[in-house]
Every structure is written in structure tokens, then in C-alpha cells.
Write a protein that binds this ligand. Sequence first.
Ligand code: GLN
Length: 621
Amino acid sequence: MTVQVHQCSANVIQELLEELYHAYSGLNEGRVADYIPELAKACPDDFGIVIATPGGRIYEVGATRKEFTIQSISKPFIYALALKLLSLEFIASKIDVEPSGDAFNAISLDPESGKPRNPMINAGAIAASAQICDAFPGNSEEQLLDYFEQLAGRRLSINFDVYRSEKETGHRNRAIGHLLRNFNIIESDPEPALDLYFRQCAISVTCRDLAVMATTLACQGRNPFTGGQAISPEITVRVLALMGTCGMYDFAGQWLHDVGIPAKSGVAGGVMAVIPGRLGIATYSPSLDSFGNSVRGVAVCRQLSRGVGLSLFNQYYQVDATIRRSYLGSQRTSRRWRSDRELRILDPHRDEVQIIHVQGVLDFGGIEQMAAELAKLSDKVRILILDLAHVTECPVESSGLLDRQLCSMEDKGVDILLSRAGRLPMVSMPDWRITERVEAYEHLDSALEAAEEMLLSLYDTEAPPATVTVLADPRYPGFLGQLPDEHRVVLAERMSLRLFESGDVVIRGGDPGDELFLVQSGSFDIALKISSGDGVHHSTRLATFGAGLCFGEIGFIAQNPRTADIVATEAGACWVLHRDDFDALSHSHPQVVISLLKALTCDMGTKLSQTSVQLTLMEHY
Ligand code: GLN
């Protein structure tokens, strides 16, 4: 799924960024890096802050579109690329994952194996680039930029002035490269690896790009602005862990303690911080402290973390928010209108159905709450409707638990109907065990209807109703059955039988309401058009009528135009009474008209009271 970039203007988050900007733009400590001559040209006053969200919103203040070189912020991404192109095991044999407690450019290698301490310091980053160079000697600059395009959502380029400047003066990095060669961490000429390293560090980004890249890491490696999976979730978790323990060099421990957010800084002045699942943060300000981290960047992140509680170790606990609603079947009926006979069968058994609406992320915590809710179900429940419309995600890691939970319900003999699960990845997962006892429905209403049908087929022990399809027959069981026989005979003479194919429009909204319909067979839906706020129209069913039921009575009696469409969803037939015949009848047979009106009044009264009970219950739950 791709989300649209939404530039956010005046709101509290934007105000917060502006306050931070003003609070720290006067902080003039630190120095611009000059050991790479080209970097010394940076303007120490430049200052930008950007926050990007998984929902695609971006907040920014200051110099957020100014380009600078990514430098060490490329390290987590190149390490991720090395893990992706080679294997976790192979890379683990070349680079450790321990914080070094040393400076970024320290020659921090294990004295015995020569392995760099971690991939966030230069030694580890050069080692990672070397593995890519060795395995893919032809790996071009284009491929490097293709990868960064996935991360940033736009084509980036290399700043060749900075690249050349570092290539000419980077003797210390060159020394590290050769030392790695000495320990066979790099197994061939270290120069191409160093060249890749200098190029990756010279990729030109804006603060905004870094925020998008941070959000990509926050979204398990999927860039929410493009929808592309730039890094696998498995690798993203590892990269974030290393950013947490090693991302800020020898300041990393203090950083995790004070700020508590995985982050990475670069000597050009960028800081990229990731709050997994929630936010990407980026700052740009070129003056660095003695650790090589941007002074203002550190200050902004520290203040954000404390001020609005962003530390990973300060996550808000959620108490049982997964179960949105849970109620018994008697609290909600389907929109298929039932005959008196069906109601007699259904009503005593409705509470054998339980409806549970779940919401949010079905991660471990969500599934624990669902499991607890299911454990409370009464033994009477034999059908479970699980409405998933408000579930936002079902992570692969926990979908196995959900599967097991549902299977154990099935083993207890409970049929499971999933409603509105279509958007969830789990339902389309190959190993998702939809057995014959788990069925998926596009609408909650169709799941409710299916549950009623299941109850009907279980409990319909009465003798099957006589299929009397002649209105005038005294045994006719439908809506007109309550009329005295002689009245029904009179009506039957004036009603004509009309046949419908499935899909036929019986009544169109706006048509004059001059006919009354009595269903002989088939199924007829009142389709209500709903226009949501964004101008999208869709249609939903308001009610369904089957044999014996009547529809169209409101427009007929009030002589109003039709308010909705009625469509045949199964081929069938209706007896139709036209207003002219009804008017003629009121002169010739006033008693018949009175008893018809009485029956219609009772019918409408029942519909109205059922509808208001449903509405009230919906508000209650
Ligand atoms: N290219 C820089 C170097 O190797 C990157 C260092 C950094 O950003 N901390 O010195």
C-alpha cells in the first residue's frame, strides 16, 4: 500500500518543530568538520528538522531541502545491503555487532580475528562495502543509487567534490582498509572497497530525504511513501538494533540512556533517528561535538525524546484495546428480513452466535487479548463471527498464533466466519489454514446472514412449509396470510405476477411509488447508495426480502417517489398491486382495503421496532 505524501501545515506538531527550531538555532557550540576539506565549506547556521510518519505525513522546519552529504548515515543502509546480498552468517564472520566505545574513525578491530567491532564505525562500514565489492565486482554506482532511491523515494546523486576531497585525503580510512586486508577481512584489493565507501558517504541528501529513509526503517523496511520494500523486516530489525547500540559512536551508551532512540549521525551534520513503528526523525546542522555528532541534532532529539516521550523505553502500555466490541447474536440481526416462521426458529438460538469486532495490530499483545476474550465465550456459542474491518495489521510473526487460536476454536466445534478480512495480508497467506469451518465474508451483514442460515439449517425441525404459491389458496403462508380468505381472493384477482432475473432493477430511486410488491419467490435487496466524505459512492444493502414478504409499501401508501433502488439478487417473482386497482378497490371493497392497510401497518410497525432496537443496541455496544 502506498500512502500519499501529505505536507502538514499549522498544527501542534508543526508548532512543536518550530519551537524546537527557535530553541536551538542559537546553540552555536561545536565545529564544522574540516578533515575532509570540502566539508569545511558547510554553513554552520543551516538548521533543519523533519518528522515523517508511517501514515505519510511530513512536518518540516528550516533548511530541510538543502543538500549535504549523507556520510556515516549511509552505514546502516550499506550494512543492510551487505546482509541482503550475502548471508547473515557470512557477514557475521566478517563484522561483529558489539559497541566499540571508540571514535567513529578508530582502528577498532578484534586483536585476534581482526573483525571490526560493528558496522556503524568506519572499519565495519569499509568491511561491509568490501564484501559487496568482492561478491559483485561489477556493482555500479547506478545500482548503489537505485538502492538509495528505494530508501528515499527519489533519485539521489553523488556529490563528486566531496567524494574526490575524501578520496584524496582519506588516508586514515585507507589505512583501515589495508589493515582489514591484512586480517583477511577484506580478501582482495581494498581500493575498490574504499572507493565504494567514499562514494556512499558522498551521496547527497536533504533532511527531508533522511526523514523518509528513517520512516522506511520505522516501517520494517517498507518505504511508506512509495510502498516499496527496500529492506526486509528481518534485516531492518538488526540494523535498528545496531543503530541503538552503536549509531552514535562512543556517545552511544549515553545516547541510548538519555534519548533512547536508534539513530545514526554523519559528519556532514545529519542525524537520522527511528522510532520503530511510529516515526522517522531527521535533523541537519553541520556543527559537531567532540564525538562527531551534530550538536543541535543531539539537542533536538534529546528534547523530543524527553518532551513528548519518544524513548523506546517509554512506550505507552495498551490495556485491552484490541476487542472493539463483543456481543451475542441476539443483539444484532442480519438485514435479511425474516418470515414469522423463520423468526420462530431463529429467536431461541440467536445467542449461539457471538460477534467480536477486533481492531488495531494483531501482534502478540493483540492476539493475547483476543485469546482471553475467546476463553470467556459461553459453551453455548457454536458460531463465531470475527469482524476484522478495523484490524490495521497482522504481522507475519504473530499470524501463526492467530491461526492456532482459531484452529483450537474449530476443534471445540465452533464455526468461524471472518468478516471484512479482505485487506489483511494474513488471509491471502499461503499457509493460512482456512479450513471448511472458517469462511470469509466481504461484509459483516453477509456473515450475520450466513450465521442465521446455519442456525436455520440446524434447528428447522418443523415440517417443511407447504410451497403454496397461489395467493388465493387458504393455506397461503406469506404476508397476506393474515387476511380473511375472502379478502385475499379479492386482492389476488387484482394483483399480477411479474418475473425477475437476477440483477434486474425492480424499483429505481426517484420512480413514482405506485406499486406494492409481494414476493412469491427469489430474493430482493434494497440497495442504499452511500456517499462518503471524499465523494466516493458505494452501495450497501438496507434489507433483503424473500418469499412471503412485502416491499415498496412506504412509497405506495405515502404516494412518494422511491428513495432507494430495489434489485433482484436471485431470480424470482412478485405479485404487484397497482395504485389504480387499489383506488378502485377502496370504492368497490372498502373492507378489503382496510384489512390490507391494517396488515401493512402491523408489518411496518414490526420493521420499525426491530430497526430501533438494533440501532439502540448498536449505540450501547
Ligand atoms: N566519510 C566519513 C569518514 O569516513 C564518514 C564519517 C562520519 O560521518 N562519521 O570519515
